[in-house]
Design a protein around this ligand. Structure first.
Ligand code: TYM
Length: 339
């Protein structure tokens, strides 16, 4: 098994990232490395330049994100932890795959449509070709599984389409170059929603900080955000189908289930019939209990810039060693002469 996944170093790690992806990165690291497989986790800093950004913030956020990932349990001795910018083979493979990706495929990407909005002409070319870089990220390492939240599913389907077409067009039927990567999406936390609007996903780009729990929030802030989270006046139901028409309540129950390592039925067995006056403090306390140690470790790690840079340097070196041969095979498959 080869596990590969990435995160953009644009600001804080939030609870959606943690429950949708990072927690599974850690679980897979523990499982897969014990079986002799390999995990590669990276900061998608090249993806981050597809939107307007401030260079000094990108550099600071990249180091902060390394500290956050290590605080969450990513162990740089067992997983390869790196940033794309130090492994130029990602960008090179993207160019080679640009010959295979189709305009029509990219035009259908919902994230492109959402982020470009009405101003497509003014969006960066990088925002449009972003999913091809994402395909390169995973195909470069022969990823078998990619742990992500639900919002990345479409991008991974595109990576599979690119791999399939490349294999068909340029490889012998019995010797495909690229492995088709399978998304791994956690059922209880596929899409954590905003605390202010149960129909919008929890996101770093939401202007309201009250909409998300950041992994850096203090215990007081977490309790306050949960207390102020939007809900409805009804008590929690005993049956989960009754949550379907109540997106905010459904989201809080899903967060509780994911944090407690339970499921929605289990949470409703305990809290069905209770009002939010009782459920919200219980949820807040659970979050504080689980996130407190991560927060403390993060604050400690982020002070040591040299150690963070060393993690990225060493991880990038290991990633390059895996990336170079695959890139060489891709050049050869395309008939590109390199001496
Ligand atoms: P990014 O940086 O937006 O998010 C990182 C991971 O967090 C998940 N996530 C969520 N999961 C559940 N609920 C939410 N509200 C929520 N918000 C974010 C995302 O699904 C993701 O798994 N394009 C990617 C980064 C990337 C990548 C890759 C991922 C670049 N190359 C290759 C996998 C493989 C992104 O912007 O994720």
């Amino acid at each position: 098994m080869r596990i590969v996944s990435g995160i953009q170093p644009t600001g804080n790690l939030h609870l959606g990232n943690y429950l949708g992806a990072i927690r599974n990165w850690v679980a897979m690291q523990d499982e897969v490395s014990a079986q002799g497989g390999q995990c590669l986790y990276f900061l998608a800093d090249l993806h981050a330049i597809s939107m307007p950004h401030t260079p000094a913030d990108l550099a600071a956020n990249t180091r902060e994100m390394v500290a956050a990932l290590v605080a969450c349990g990513i162990d740089p001795d067992r997983s390869i932890l790196f940033n794309q910018a130090q492994v130029p083979q990602h960008a090179e493979l993207q160019w080679l795959l640009n010959g295979t990706a189709r305009m029509g495929w990219l035009n259908r990407m919902t994230q492109w449509k959402d982020k470009a909005g009405k101003n497509r002409e003014g969006a960066s070319v990088a925002l449009f070709t972003y999913p091809v870089l994402q395909a390169a990220d995973v195909l470069l390492y022969g990823a078998t599984h990619v742990p992500v939240g639900d919002d990345q599913k479409q991008h991974l389907e595109l990576a599979r389409d690119i791999a399939q077409k490349f294999n068909n067009d340029f490889c012998a039927p019995d010797a495909p170059l690229f492995t088709l990567p399978a998304p791994f999406i956690p059922p209880e936390a596929a899409r954590i929603m905003s605390l202010r609007d149960g129909t919008a996903k929890m996101s770093k780009s939401d202007p309201s900080d009250m909409s998300r729990i950041n992994m850096t929030d203090s215990a007081d802030t977490i309790m306050q955000k949960v207390r102020k989270a939007k809900t409805d006046p009804e008590p929690l139901p005993a049956d989960k189908t009754e949550l379907d028409a109540r997106p905010e309540a459904k989201n809080l129950v899903a967060i509780y289930a994911a944090m407690a390592g339970s499921n929605v039925d289990g949470v409703l067995a305990t809290f069905g019939g209770e009002g939010f006056g009782r459920f919200k403090p219980a949820l807040g306390e659970l979050l504080v209990e689980k996130l407190g140690p991560i927060n403390a470790r993060f604050l400690e790690l982020r002070e040591d810039r040299e150690a963070l840079d060393a993690i990225l340097r060493q991880g990038s070196e290991k990633a390059r060693a895996l990336a170079v041969p695959m890139l060489g095979r891709t050049y050869a498959a395309l008939g590109l002469v390199r001496g």
